[in-house]
Design a protein around this ligand. Structure first.
Ligand SMILES: Nc1ncnc2c1ncn2[C@@H]1O[C@H](COP(=O)(O)OP(=O)(O)OP(=O)(O)O)[C@@H](O)[C@H]1O
Ligand SMILES: [Mg+2]
Length: 292
């Protein structure tokens, strides 16, 4: 799509009466091809010109994106294109990797998350993460979920803590399966249950954003379907970013999709646009399985 077409799309979009403040991204020249939403939701996270280096090697080049609240944004692209690297920028998990350097700006609700004054532990409670491989702590199911609220002082007393644990397990669609064995080891659950336990653990500290890096890749189709259903429910209350290698999954669960290639954000827009009429040949080639 050319910039002219983007401008046209924008004009159409501007003519509707329900307008959320227009993102500066759509007036930017060159770089990423962008298609705005017809009814845009308020933006929760903004990234501008994000570059990431591992030592001398640059892994991401000037990534700029807005992530709207209460929706699912999918990151897709071939292996090694930088999806996980960018996801980790959003809660400063790259800080934990030696030799990794992040440049540019990322804001959560208008506040700079790379501000040196910022408490990173608190940031990671606001921006939770679920990993590819379920990684429950070697503790009971109850303790896995209670851990975060306890260290962040979110419960006034024992009853309060129990309520948080139960409601988090319910929101993660796991409670009915584990209510009679809350004090058994979390690692004794099936893979799909462990992943829902990790989602319950992330939810327990009331995050604003949940990052998921290929959360279903270790799961069978039934467990995957459950997690996808859960993601769809969670978006009513949370802002979700998911990395996936499955085009079907991106199409099923996300409202916006961002396509990365060789460290560059090639294109982003509403998921149906990306999958039916992408503006870039590289996006088209990837989604039709021509490379990757
Ligand atoms: N800890 C690290 N140290 C050095 N280089 C890294 C590190 N992590 C990632 N990279 C490099 O950064 C680039 C992007 O990697 P990243 O893991 O973000 O890709 P990805 O899109 O998530 O890939 P995949 O789909 O295989 O998970 C790759 O070239 C990779 O080799
Ligand atoms: Mg990855």
């Amino acid at each position: 799509m050319t910039n002219d077409v983007i401008t046209e799309t924008n004009k159409m979009h501007m003519s509707t009466d329900k307008i959320v403040e227009q993102s500066d991204l759509y007036s930017q020249k060159g770089g990423t091809v962008r298609t705005p939403d017809q009814n845009p939701l308020p933006v929760r996270v903004t990234a501008r010109d994000v570059k990431v280096f591992y030592g001398q090697k640059q892994a991401l080049y000037d990534v700029s994106i807005d992530i709207p609240e209460r929706s699912v944004t999918a990151f897709i692209g071939p292996s090694g294109c930088g999806k996980s690297t960018f996801l980790r920028c959003l809660n400063r998990m790259n800080d934990t990797i030696e030799g990794c350097r992040v440049e540019g700006q990322i804001k959560l609700d208008g506040g700079d998350i790379y501000d040196p004054q910022l408490d990173v532990v608190e940031l990671r409670a606001r921006v939770g993460m679920v990993f590819q491989k379920p990684n429950p702590f070697p503790k009971s199911i109850f303790e896995n979920v209670a851990y975060g609220p306890r260290i962040h002082g979110l419960a006034k007393n024992k009853t309060d803590l129990e309520e948080i644990v139960v409601s988090s397990l319910q929101k993660a669609s796991l409670y009915e399966e584990v209510k009679d064995r809350l004090h058994e080891a979390g690692t004794g659950l099936s893979g799909g249950q462990q992943q829902r336990l990790c989602i319950a653990r992330a939810i327990a500290v009331s995050p604003e954003v949940i990052l998921m890096d290929e959360p279903c890749s270790a799961l069978d189709p039934i467990a995957t379907a459950k997690i996808e259903e859960l993601i769809d429910e969670l978006r009513q209350n949370f802002t979700i970013v998911i990395v996936t290698h499955s085009m079907q999954q991106a199409a099923r669960v996300s409202q916006r999709t961002a396509f990365f290639h060789l460290g560059v954000l090639v294109e982003e827009g509403p998921t149906d646009v990306i999958f039916t009429s992408p503006g870039e040949k590289r996006t088209q080639d990837y989604i039709t399985g021509r490379f990757g």
